[in-house]
Design a protein around this ligand. Structure first.
Ligand code: SF4
Ligand code: SF4
Length: 182
């Protein structure tokens, strides 16, 4: 996933007092995975060790945590950069405050998905998974190339089972609801 293909510029407009939700950090501290968010003292270890931040000009886990602490709910949840995390858990392993940084990001993504704030590239992947069981359509050329090289056919995907799971977590409802509102 390239940054340019999936992310829009982060909102750098001056912060207005009306944007701040002082309850947000307490809400997060009651959710599984983000319980320790209040402990962050902005040392920057998560960002300096993050393999994604190394190659991105915008993705900074420390900034995400700080924005959440400050109550910038909409800015965090609307930010496409939230979706750049590769869930490698390096930050979680190295945080001196024992914060499960990767889990905080997961919690924030779940909240974003509830609002339908999911980058288009993931919506397209979901559409493809529901159609074929694969995250993207395998080109016919590649299938033929496998055959000519004597490779076995690709295993069949199971879109029905995936669809059942997604219904269980109301993923599709949330995404579709938001798409209708746009
Ligand atoms: S490593 Fe932990 S304490 Fe340091 S900035 Fe990241 S989340 Fe905060
Ligand atoms: S889990 Fe995400 S934020 Fe943490 S180091 Fe890996 S890519 Fe970076």
């Amino acid at each position: 996933m390239t940054e340019t293909a999936t992310t829009k510029e982060p909102n750098r407009e001056p912060i207005k007092a009306s944007e701040i939700d002082p309850k947000f950090k307490y809400e997060l501290s009651r959710m599984h995975g983000s319980e320790k968010i209040l402990r962050c003292f902005q040392c920057g270890t998560c960002t300096s060790d993050c393999p994604v931040a190394r190659y991105s000009e915008t993705y900074r886990p420390r900034t995400i945590i700080r924005m959440a602490q400050l109550g910038l709910r909409d800015r965090v949840l609307n930010s496409d950069t939230l979706w750049l995390c590769a869930a490698c858990f390096t930050c979680t392993d190295r945080c001196p405050q024992d914060i499960e940084v990767a889990s905080v990001i997961r919690v924030l993504r779940n909240l974003a998905a509830e609002k339908g704030c999911v980058p288009i590239v993931f919506k397209e992947q979901i559409a493809s998974v529901l159609e074929s069981g694969y995250a993207y359509k395998i080109p016919d050329l590649r299938i033929k190339k496998r055959e000519t090289q004597g490779l076995p056919p690709l295993p069949k995907g199971n879109p029905a089972s995936i669809s059942k799971s997604l219904k269980g977590v109301k993923f599709l409802e949330n995404i579709e609801k938001k798409s209708e509102q746009q």
